[in-house]
Each structure stands twice: as structure tokens, then as C-alpha cells.
Design a binder for this molecule. Structure first.
Ligand code: HDD
Length: 707
């Protein structure tokens, strides 16, 4: 398929619905030109308004209806258009056309937080949604996943309860976008199946540095189906080209105040600047014969398939290359549904996935006001739909002809079934199903802790400490001591050291056994709980840690703050800037005032960022150049706050020789993440190489800086 033609298909379709206002006269919604858009129609210029003011009513009636219900979960999100390019041949496993080697498919991706309202902070400790709508030639396929490969619960029946527990408490309507409160931990401590997901949610994965720097997972096991109808189980992975990185918790909290749009802005600006974010698409393929081969059940969404057991095969690349023209029309109205599948892909019997298939369609019907939401431009397939569904609120397509039923003779049987002409169409994978009708949970889902332990074992020391800190923070915010104790008992089933350290912070000695109430609820699903479980195949997995491996990091698109003032040396700024730009990083000058900055050498430059507007949490690393500016910085308390905070958040700092004296009055101590021109001949290169490690987390242990 022609790459440009296909990648343009959605763009061109959207263009037809796009309105350009420049050089146009203001009109009402009926196209009537408006002469005066300032004054209502009155009896005399100080008199009462008239009910016949159709111009005013047209404007206000629409305004009054501008809001639609926000998503019940994942309300806060940011989206972008892009393409998927497939470069490996997996035709042996699937006939899905968009997964064939050489294919390019347009797509729309939306990232989100789960718990917060639409206007909440981007930096909440939360799971991030990672949804992709592929506009394939066989219709739309939605992969609606998260940045964490497992989920809190195993059966969709518990979903509303999970969400009610994490959302603001119903009597008070707080806390907003936070899991650190009684109702969430009450629920979690009674649902030991959440243990694995809790370890991920309390890890740094839940506070990403950027939406561009997180992994994505389809979570469930799906099926790929080939042209002969043979199925292969599959797990989908998105691996970011920029690596997987997070901020420090203290930094996340500060960012929420300074710039609660941090992630949204970062995504938007990266795309505008042409720094298109990219992810590799990977698949883990499990032959049908291996369904029962592992220590866990592949239909259980609280389990992952370790990459050591089934490697991730990279088959393609997603590139996000276009921002929406209009947030509401595109990002808000996009409607995802994991039940939207196409030939070559099918669902499995995972009871969480099965339940999702109802909820998404139902919620879109409500949220987007009726059955025609698929005609909204962002939701339209690039191939024209043809069926006998008609009418309904907001219908857009004008169906020609007098026949809207099937079978018919009057329209020559059209639109016809593919089957009738022996053509291709969606067919469900044939699967043998028999059994009793029961409301029950399989005992193969009863192992709640093995993979939580595997995850904890796979973390670096710094990552483990962050999990301990996060659990201590969250549980300290829980008021009911019984809940705190119940959860520490669960942690003790995962790892004794973890439970002890969190317990110490809460004044709790970890109970040996699970709490009676936890057991009572677990026994509703598994009467003989706890059951004897199979041993994990592996005890630790590299892929579960975010630690940057030596030689693998990049500083592409990272932002380095240059802390300056009038009199700064241009030579010093330029040398550093050039080296950073060569690596694809961005240098941002921060000074005490917006407007012209005068260099020591006499040149001027326009400043857009100041100590007032841009704190250190908005940057990845910091450089203080030399020059006469150093005298002004010595008197600037905001400068010191900047470097102290950057140091506390384990960032890399560099000081030109003339600026080194600024260290005297700071909290900064020279360590492997503080580069001094006077100490290292290759200090610029050394700064860049250390930045590639993302953060100097060891600093937390050495200096006890808050994390
Ligand atoms: Fe869900 C939205 C991801 C379980 C019910 N979900 C939603 C979004 C994402 C996920 C990324 C936002 C889509 C967007 O950007 O518009 N959800 C997941 C994952 C799950 C999961 C990865 C488990 C593996 N969800 C889940 C269950 C149910 C729902 C079990 C209900 C039975 N989810 C919904 C929903 C939402 C939604 C209520 C709210 C807005 C929407 O669908 O479009 O239907």
C-alpha cells in the first residue's frame, strides 16, 4: 500500500470537516451574517431586551450546551494523530491488513490519567491510559491499553467498585486525582488480586517524565488469527524510542502546582517542534497449544507474560506527527472501544476484557449523545460504512434509496454480506466452548502475590525505595488504622523487607497472615483461599525495571535550563548549547526578566522564561554559564532555589568556572552528577553522558534528599 496515500487518508477526511474562519464574516449557525455582535436587541438603548433577538438566542443557546459528560474514568487526556508502519512479516499469525509488512496506517492516540476529573493535574500518581485507534482499510481497530501491563481486578463486575473507591469520596468530593485516601485502600486491602498492580501503581511508572517516555501495553491476552483461521495468543507492547523515565515524587507534587498541564504541553510542543514521539510496536506470541503452559493463567489480567519466557518481537513503529486542530472535536470526542476488532484479530475469554466490550459502547452512546457517534469525523473509519442502520440523534450521512433492510430484492440485495459473494469479512475465531453456566472465578486466578514479588525483585535499589516511599505516603494518608494494617499484611505476602520498611514508617509490625476480612472476601471467589500456587518460572526480570542500562540512554528532546542574567558570557552559553543541540537536547535561557538580555560581549537576545515563571521542576538538567551575570545570581534567592531543587530531584548540574563560587551558598554538594569546568577537562561531554542516565538516584541515599 502506498505509504503517503494511506497515511493521508484520515488527514484528508478530517480536512473536509475542518472550518477555516480567516477572512470570513461572522454568521449565526444558520449562516446569517451578523452586523453587531456586541449588543442585544432592546427597547431603547437603556431598555429591556426583546425575546425576538434571534442573534442572541442562537449564540447563548449553543453556549449553554457546550459541555458534555466527561469520561467516567480517563477524563483527563491528550491526543495526537500519527501513523503505524509495519516492517516485519507476521502474516503467518494474522491476516489483519494493517499488520502486514510494508503497510502504513493512520491512527489517533490518546493518553490519559484514570482517576482525576477533566481539569485535574497531569502529574497525579496514577495509571496512564494509552489508547490507539487505527484507521485501517478494514475499518477501525482500537487498542485501548495502559502504561502498566496488568490491572487491579480480574473480573469486570468489580470495575465500578474499584473506580468508586479511587474517585473523590462521595460525601466530600475530595481528594481529587489521588489514590491516597481511605476508600481506595479499604477496597484494595480487601482485594488481594490487586497486589501486583499496586506494586506498579506505587512505582515510578505512575509518575512519568513525559507521555513520550512511557511504555504502553494492551494488557489482556488477545488473539491473532491468520487466513486459515488459526489463532495465536498475543500480548501487545509499545516501547518508546526515548526510553522509559519518570520524575521524582516530590517533583511531581511541585509540578502539579507550577504547571498542571506539564504532560499535555510537553506532547503538544514536541510535535509542533517536529520532535515526533515514536514507539516500537511489539508482540508476544503464544501458540494456542501453550495456553496452560505457565505458572499463571494467560486469561488473568493481573498477570503479565515475562519477556524472558516469551520474547517481545518488534514488528513496527508508531510515530505521532500531528497535533489535533481542535481539542474538543478530536481528543474529547474520540470514542475508543476494545470491542472494535477487525479481521485478523479477536478477543479472548479474559473476563475483564469480555466485560469491557459492553461498557465502552454503552458509555460512548451516553457521553456523545446517541447512536451516531461513529459519524463524528475523528471516529469515522477511512473506508465508508455501508449498512441499514439509520436515523437517530445527530445523523450525518444521507443514505440514498428506499431500502433499509436485509435481505432485499429491491436494492439487488445490497449492501451485501461478504459471505454471499465469497469475499473477505470479519469472522470470529471458531472456538470450542462448553461448561456449566456459573458465576464463579477460576482457581487458576487465585495466585495473587507471585508476580507482585517478581516485580519487586526486578527493581533497582532506588526503585524499591521509591515503592516503599509511595506506599508509606499513601498509607499515612489513610485515617483508619485497620485499613493500614490490612494492607501491610498484604505487603508481607509480597516481600518481608518491603512490609517491614513500610510498616516501620507506619508504626506497624507486619502481620504474618492476611487479615480475616481480606480472607473472607477472597474466599468468596476461592473457598479454600489461600491456595497452593505454582512457583514463578523466573525470580527477576530485567524488562520490569526502568533503570537505564549503560550506553543505552539518550538526551534527545530533553530540556536543559541555562541560568543567566545580564552580563552572561555568550561564549560560555554557546559552547554548551552547541554540544547539547548536537545530541538533540534543547537549551532554554532563564533570566530574571522577560525581554532583551544583554550578553557580556554586547549582543542581546530575547528572553521568554524567567525565575518567576519557570522553576527547576520543568527542566531535566541545569547549567550555570560564566560571565558577569554571576554577581546578579549571587543576590537571587530564586536562583538558589532552582539549583537546590534540581539537586534534590537528582538532576545533573554543571557550572562554568566563573560560576563555581555560586555553589558556596547552595545545598549542592559535588558528586558524580555535578560537573565543574575547573575539575574535568571534558566536563561538557561528561555532563551529557551523565544526563543520559536520567537521574542520579544514588544521591537520595547519600544526602537523604526528598524523593
Ligand atoms: Fe477502561 C476508558 C483502559 C478496564 C470501562 N479505559 C478507558 C480508557 C483507557 C482504558 C485507556 C480511556 C479511553 C480514551 O482515551 O478515551 N480500561 C482500560 C484498561 C483496562 C480497563 C487497560 C483493563 C485492562 N475499563 C475497564 C473495565 C471497564 C472499563 C473493566 C468496565 C467494565 N474504560 C471504561 C469506560 C471508559 C473507559 C467506562 C470511560 C470512557 C470511555 O470508556 O470511553 O467505558
Amino acid at each position: 500500500m502506498n505509504k503517503n496515500k494511506q497515511s493521508d487518508a484520515k488527514f484528508h477526511q478530517m480536512k473536509q470537516a475542518t472550518v477555516e474562519n480567516s477572512n470570513q464574516k461572522l454568521t449565526t449557525n444558520d449562516g446569517v451574517p451578523i452586523y453587531d455582535n456586541n449588543n442585544t436587541l432592546k427597547v431603547g438603548d437603556r431598555g429591556p431586551s426583546l425575546q425576538q433577538d434571534h442573534i442572541y438566542f442562537d449564540k447563548l443557546a449553543h453556549f449553554d450546551r457546550e459541555r458534555i459528560p466527561e469520561r467516567v474514568v480517563h477524563a483527563r487526556g491528550s491526543g495526537a494523530h500519527g501513523i503505524l508502519e509495519i516492517h516485519e512479516d507476521i502474516s503467518e499469525y494474522t491476516c489483519a491488513k494493517f499488520l502486514q509488512k510494508g503497510t502504513t496506517t493512520p491512527l489517533f492516540t490518546r493518553f490519559s490519567t484514570v482517576a482525576g476529573f477533566k481539569g485535574s493535574t497531569d502529574l497525579a500518581r496514577d495509571v496512564r491510559g494509552f489508547s490507539v485507534k487505527f484507521y485501517t482499510e478494514d475499518g477501525n481497530y482500537d487498542l485501548v491499553g495502559n502504561n502498566i501491563p496488568v490491572f487491579f481486578i480480574q473480573d469486570a463486575m468489580n470495575f465500578p467498585d474499584l473506580i468508586h473507591s479511587v474517585k473523590p469520596e462521595p460525601d466530600k468530593e475530595y481528594p481529587q486525582a489521588a489514590s491516597a485516601h481511605d476508600t481506595f485502600w479499604d477496597f484494595i486491602s480487601l482485594m488481594p488480586e490487586s497486589a501486583h498492580m499496586i506494586m506498579w501503581a506505587m512505582s515510578d511508572r505512575a509518575i512519568p517524565r513525559s507521555l513520550r517516555m512511557m511504555e504502553g501495553f494492551g494488557v489482556h491476552t488477545f488473539k491473532l488469527v491468520n487466513k486459515d483461521g488459526k489463532a495465536t495468543f498475543v500480548k501487545f507492547h509499545w516501547k518508546p524510542k526515548l526510553g522509559v523515565h519518570s520524575v521524582a515524587w516530590n517533583e511531581a507534587q511541585k509540578l502539579s502546582g507550577f504547571n498542571s498541564d506539564f504532560h499535555r504541553q510537553d506532547l503538544y510542543e514536541a510535535i509542533e517542534a517536529g520532535n515526533y514521539p515514536q514507539w516500537d510496536l511489539g508482540v508476544q506470541l503464544i501458540p494456542e497449544e501453550d495456553e496452560f503452559k505457565y505458572s499463571f493463567d494467560i486469561l488473568d489480567a493481573t498477570k503479565l507474560v515475562p519477556e524472558e519466557l516469551v520474547p517481545v518481537k518488534i514488528i513496527g513503529t508508531m510515530t505521532l506527527n500531528r497535533n489535533p486542530e481542535n481539542f474538543f472535536a478530536e481528543t474529547e470526542q474520540v470514542a475508543f472501544d476494545p470491542g472494535r476488532i477487525i479481521p485478523g484479530i479477536d478477543l479472548t475469554d479474559d473476563p475483564l476484557l469480555q466485560g469491557r466490550v459492553f461498557s465502552y459502547m454503552d458509555t460512548q452512546n451516553y457521553r456523545l449523545g446517541g447512536a451516531n457517534f461513529h459519524e463524528i469525523p475523528i471516529n469515522r473509519p477511512v473506508n465508508q460504512k455501508h449498512n441499514n442502520q439509520k436515523d437517530g440523534t445527530g445523523r450525518i450521512d444521507i443514505l440514498k434509496g428506499g431500502v433499509s433492510y436485509f435481505p432485499n430484492s429491491k436494492a439487488s440485495g445490497c449492501p451485501y454480506h461478504a459471505m454471499l459473494k465469497g469475499e473477505e469479512g470479519f469472522q470470529s475465531h471458531e472456538q470450542q466452548v462448553d461448561g456449566k453456566k456459573v458465576r464463579a472465578r477460576s482457581d487458576s486466578f487465585a495466585d495473587h502475590f507471585s508476580q507482585a514479588t517478581l516485580f519487586f525483585n526486578s527493581q533497582s535499589e532506588a526503585e524499591k525505595q521509591h515503592i516503599i516511599n509511595a506506599l508509606s505516603f499513601e498509607l499515612s494518608k489513610v485515617n483508619d488504622p485497620k485499613i493500614r494494617e490490612r494492607q501491610v499484611a498484604i505487603l508481607n505476602q509480597i516481600d518481608a523487607d518491603l512490609a517491614k520498611k513500610v510498616g516501620d514508617n507506619l508504626n506497624i509490625t507486619p502481620p504474618k497472615e492476611l487479615d480475616e476480612l481480606t480472607l473472607k472476601f477472597a474466599r468468596q471467589n476461592h473457598p479454600n483461599y489461600p491456595l497452593k500456587v505454582k512457583k514463578n518460572e523466573i525470580s527477576s526480570s530485567d524488562a520490569l525495571s526502568m533503570k537505564v542500562k549503560a550506553g543505552e540512554g539518550t538526551i534527545k528532546t530533553r530540556k536543559v535550563a541555562f541560568l543567566v542574567d545580564n552580563g552572561v558570557s555568550k561564549a560560555s552559553v554557546d559552547e554548551f548549547k552547541k554540544a547539547l543541540e548536537k545530541e538533540g537536547a534543547e537549551a532554554v535561557l532563564i533570566s530574571s526578566k522577560v525581554g532583551p538580555l544583554t550578553y557580556q560581549e554586547g549582543y542581546t537576545e530575547n528572553i521568554e522564561h524567567t525565575y518567576l515563571t519557570d522553576p527547576s521542576v520543568c527542566y531535566d538538567a541545569v547549567f550555570t554559564p560564566g560571565g558577569k551575570s554571576v554577581d546578579a545570581l549571587k543576590k537571587n534567592a530564586d536562583y538558589y532555589e532552582f539549583i537546590n531543587d534540581a539537586y534534590r530531584h537528582c538532576k545533573v548540574l554543571a557550572f562554568a568556572k566563573e560560576a563555581e563560587s555560586l555553589l558556596d551558598r547552595s545545598f549542592v554538594e559535588v558528586d558524580k552528577g555535578v560537573k565543574l569546568e575547573s575539575k574535568e577537562s571534558n566536563w561538557v561531554e561528561s555532563f551529557i553522558n551523565t544526563m543520559k542516565l536520567h537521574r542520579i538516584w544514588e544521591r537520595e541515599e547519600q544526602r537523604k534528599v526528598p524523593s
